[in-house]
Design a protein around this ligand. Structure first.
Ligand SMILES: [Cu+2]
Length: 178
């Protein structure tokens, strides 16, 4: 076998390895699990401070009617995941498909949010995380936007997430070893 031919074989082998590594990294990057943050707010009837940008069909009157300790808030405001765990190498992507801003905040214990006017009719007191100064800017997700959290950054175990505006929006997600 000529030296040139051998070199060409080595080069193509090298290129094959590079291509394989690229394919593998793309496969890893697509390990995203989609979670939806939902609401059905109606921009026409919600007060401006609610920041509602859609016509979801639930009027502010209907929303308020569910804001009591028995109903625990309107059911259309929810985190929708369809599963209860992710793997350590996966990424959780929480996308706000509703019309209002929501937070996707990891909390030590579920409790009230940080908005007194929503807490009090529910009979809830704020979670400890409300006193963290950057908690809103770092976990707020406005309509049509998303927040990504890597499993490795959460660590193995169970994690509670809550909306600090609508505190009945809650989910517990387990991160499992791969
Ligand atoms: Cu919310």
């Amino acid at each position: 076998m000529s030296r040139n031919k051998l070199r060409r074989i080595f080069i193509s082998l090298g290129l094959a390895v590079v291509a394989l590594v690229m394919v593998m990294s793309i496969a890893t990057a697509s390990n995203v699990r989609e979670l939806r943050m939902e609401d059905k707010c109606d921009a026409a009837t919600f007060p401006p401070e609610a920041g509602c940008t859609s016509n979801g069909g639930v009027t502010f009157q209907e929303f308020l009617a569910k804001l009591n300790p028995q109903d625990k808030g309107h059911r259309a405001w929810k985190f929708n995941f369809g599963r209860e765990h992710i793997d350590l190498n996966e990424t959780l992507r929480a996308t706000n498909i509703g019309g209002e801003p929501h937070t996707f905040t990891k909390v030590q214990e579920f409790g009230g949010g940080c908005v007194a006017t929503l807490n009090s009719p529910l009979g809830l007191t704020p979670v400890a995380e409300c006193s963290e100064p950057n908690i809103f800017p770092s976990t707020l997700v406005t309509s049509k936007n998303s927040l990504e959290i890597k499993g490795v950054n959460l660590g193995i175990g169970t994690h509670n997430f809550e909306c600090l505006i609508h505190p009945w929006m809650r989910i517990t997600i387990e991160v499992r070893a791969d």
